[in-house]
Design a protein around this ligand. Structure first.
Ligand SMILES: [Zn+2]
Ligand SMILES: [Zn+2]
Length: 182
């Protein structure tokens, strides 16, 4: 079931200068690309919306559990994704001196009465997901020789091929010879 969270900003901020909301959005209702998946946890969203002259400043905080593929060992793993962002949704198109001074990322507010929270959160998850996720900072990756996952099985392929012709190994041989003649 796809749940859509639509806010009527005009109505919600009619008598208020700001509103605060906590929303749990089911991961599946975000229409993320298929490489994004997670367990059963919802995406927790904390929203803070401030009314401005020319639109609304939307600050959001997200917390989600996503499953991604490690860029080194290619194993899928769960990652705790958190992030926050502030965006100015402007009712006006084009340049505006006031907006520039705030130095906020600005987007055009298409429909004040149907503000799409799903779309906002969807974009935020994509932006916050690292380009090269690592299952572990010290992930050993995949062996280019035998193709095995080196986190699970430490093979000797690379050290074997390295020993043969690395300058260091030649030095080692010389040192051993020297030792032997002494
Ligand atoms: Zn890894
Ligand atoms: Zn190997």
């Amino acid at each position: 079931m796809k749940k859509k969270f639509i806010l009527n900003l005009k109505e919600e901020l009619k008598h208020e200068d700001f509103i605060e909301k906590n929303i749990s959005i089911p991961f599946d209702s975000l229409d993320l690309p298929k490489e994004y998946s997670n367990g059963s946890k919802d995406v927790e969203v904390h929203l803070y919306i401030i009314k401005e002259k020319e639109g609304y400043v939307v600050s959001l905080n997200i917390n989600s559990d996503i499953k991604v593929e490690c860029s080194r060992c290619l194993e899928p793993f769960n990652m705790d994704l958190t992030g926050s962002n502030s965006i100015l949704f402007s009712k006006k198109l084009g340049k505006n001196k006031e907006l520039k001074e705030k130095d906020l990322y600005t987007e055009y507010l298409k429909d004040e009465e149907h503000f799409d929270i799903n779309e906002l959160v969807r974009e935020e998850i994509i932006v916050q997901t690292p380009m090269k996720p690592l299952c572990d900072e010290n992930c050993k990756g995949i062996c280019p020789v035998c193709g095995g996952n080196k986190n699970e099985n430490l093979c000797n392929c690379e050290s074997k091929s390295m020993k043969k012709d690395s300058p260091f190994s030649k030095l080692q041989v010389l040192l051993e010879k020297k030792k032997a003649t002494k």
